[in-house]
Design a binder for this molecule. Structure first.
Ligand code: G1P
Length: 283
């Protein structure tokens, strides 16, 4: 069985959909209740067997790395923080120019020596019984290749995502034959959207180095993956789990509500408050 030891976590985006707060606080450090968004990605990587995390950061993102350092704070949080600081080995690489997700991933080329590695886009927080990377790794163990996590989205949302087409080869796995970054409704080959969990081959780095700027003038990861179709198998995996896009205001607020219900200390208070709000505002 192939072991996947490294996970790349791009955290270099400027967070324009979350302005103005992201002018001073990186979006990855915004809290879901009292735990920052980035924690959930790191926890998922750890639970999926990863030892090394490679953060791709940009100027002003220092808090994203700092969070995982031990700090002798209040007794109440000591155990939790010890857990964070001992979780994984963190390697931080700078993306000095915002050239897109594909370019951010390409910054990790010198660090990745294994054939395969994971990628987590930390804005996509996914609540799942089994971590999504773990679900994908199980499929990978049956059929080696690149894997993209997939979720069906409503037609009007296809232009927010990378959209795939292909043949369903088992209950959850699609063999991908086409991939388009942020297509129009007319162009979209399906409603299966790529969500921020990937198993990539190190062959991606060669493609990324050749990839020209695409949508939004950025070097797109999807364009480099598309170039590998036909050279190595590329699969989509329709995961089980609830996904929240914490990179936009509505998604971020929904994630906070959802995570507050997971927190035993405040659950009842928040549910009662929500009932009161529904009585007051629904007609
Ligand atoms: C990125 C990817 C896109 C993917 C999405 C998932 O887009 O480029 O293919 O569907 O993440 O969240 P972004 O949201 O950074 O614009």
């Amino acid at each position: 069985m192939i072991k996947i030891n490294k996970c790349v976590i791009p955290a270099a985006g400027i967070g324009s959909r979350m302005l103005p707060i992201t002018k001073v606080i990186p979006k990855e450090i915004l809290p879901l209740v009292n735990i920052p968004v980035i924690y959930y990605g790191v926890e998922e990587a750890k639970k999926s067997g990863v030892n090394d995390l490679i953060f791709i950061t940009s100027p002003d993102k220092t808090p994203v790395i700092d969070f995982f350092d031990y700090s002798p704070l209040q007794e109440k949080y000591r155990e939790l923080l010890e857990k964070y600081s001992k979780m994984v080995r963190i390697i931080s690489i700078r993306q000095s120019f915002p050239k897109g997700l594909g370019d951010a991933i390409n910054r990790a080329a010198d660090i990745i020596d294994d054939d395969y590695f994971f990628v987590i886009l930390p804005d996509d927080v996914i609540m799942a019984k089994e971590p999504v990377l773990g679900q994908m790794k199980n499929a990978f163990d049956d059929r080696e290749g690149i894997y993209l996590s997939l979720m069906e989205v409503p037609e009007q949302d296809v232009s927010k995502y990378g959209i795939v087409s292909g043949e369903l080869i088992s209950e959850k796995v699609i063999r991908i034959d086409n991939l388009i970054e942020k297509p129009s409704v007319e162009e979209a080959p399906s409603r299966y959207a790529v969500i921020g969990r990937y198993i990539l081959s190190k062959k991606i780095f060669n493609e990324l180095s050749k990839t020209k700027p695409g949508k939004k003038g950025e070097i797109q990861l999807t364009d480099a993956i598309k170039a590998l179709i036909g050279k190595i198998p590329v699969y989509g995996y329709v995961f089980d789990g609830e996904r929240y896009d914490t990179g936009n205001v509505a998604g971020y607020v929904k994630a906070n509500i959802r995570f507050s219900i997971e927190n035993g200390e405040i659950k009842t208070d928040i549910l009662n408050f929500m009932k009161e709000m529904l009585r007051k505002f629904s007609n």
